[in-house]
Structure formats: structure tokens, C-alpha cells
Ligand binder design. Sequence first.
Ligand code: FES
Ligand code: FES
Length: 162
Amino acid sequence: MTMRVSTRINGIDRTFECDPGATLFEVLRSLGYKSVKQGCDNEGTCGACTVLLDGEAILSCITPAPRVAGRQLTTVEGLGDPGRPHPIQEAFVDGGAVQCGYCTPGMVLATKALLDKVPSPSREQIAEALSGNLCRCTGYVKIFDAVHNAAKTIQGSHDHDR
Ligand code: FES
Ligand code: FES
């Protein structure tokens, strides 16, 4: 038995059929959202599969697909692309916070959820917001700096509090 689920992904209405036990990760990949990565055994421990559900960062690998019915999903494809990057993406690239890039979509979306709520986060708030997102390459310092810089750009502020 499959279910029919209607949702909105990156501002576009989408309807998909899925098994009631399917995860959101499986569905998003099958729909072609290749930015959504899998970095652990779908056990919620790496953050690579992070997407936004009604603006909140969630782990798609442990989210049942039917739960997104009638709600708003955002993947990195909906934020920007190399031709028109989102300021968060720009800050990550400019700051050397992208190495292999595997963790980056999840990091960028977790950052988006943070900055939408806390426009000028402290280092601790950044670390806390990204604590579920693992990066095997960067050592995190460049990522945290990129989040800080993105916050400044988005605010257009001249905040020199570091
Ligand atoms: S794939 Fe690792 S938390 Fe989802
Ligand atoms: S840039 Fe490689 S895992 Fe983060």
C-alpha cells in the first residue's frame, strides 16, 4: 500500500507516492534533490541529510515522509545555486568552509534556520545550532567563522564584536 502526500518543496507544490514507512530522505533523493546527503546509517548522527521543515532544521533520514503533508520543505536547491548563491553559501565558499563539501548542504540549512531565529548569534549559539552536523574536513573553525560572516552580511551590519 502506498500513500499519496502533497507538500511544498522549495516553493513548488509537489505530490509524491510513498510507502507509509518511507523516510523523507528516501523520497527527496528519489525526487532528485541530490543536495540531501547521507553521512551515517540513517541513524540521525551526522546531519548531512538536514532539510528545513517549516523553517526548522530536521534530519530527513529519521523523518517519516508522510509527516511533511501540507507543510513547507526547503533543500539547498531552494536557497541558491552557483550562479546566484545565498549569502550563507557565499560566506562558506569565501571563508574556505567547504572542503569535500559533503556536509555543506546540511550545514548551510542548519545555519539558515539559526539565522532566521537569531540574526546575530554568539559563537556558542553557532556551535550549539551546528552540533548535530558533522564535518570530517574543516575542523569547524572556518565553518563557525562563515556563519558569523553570513550573519553580518545578511544584517548588513557593521558589527565588529569579535
Ligand atoms: S544521514 Fe546521517 S543524520 Fe541523516
Ligand atoms: S567539508 Fe568535508 S565533511 Fe565537511
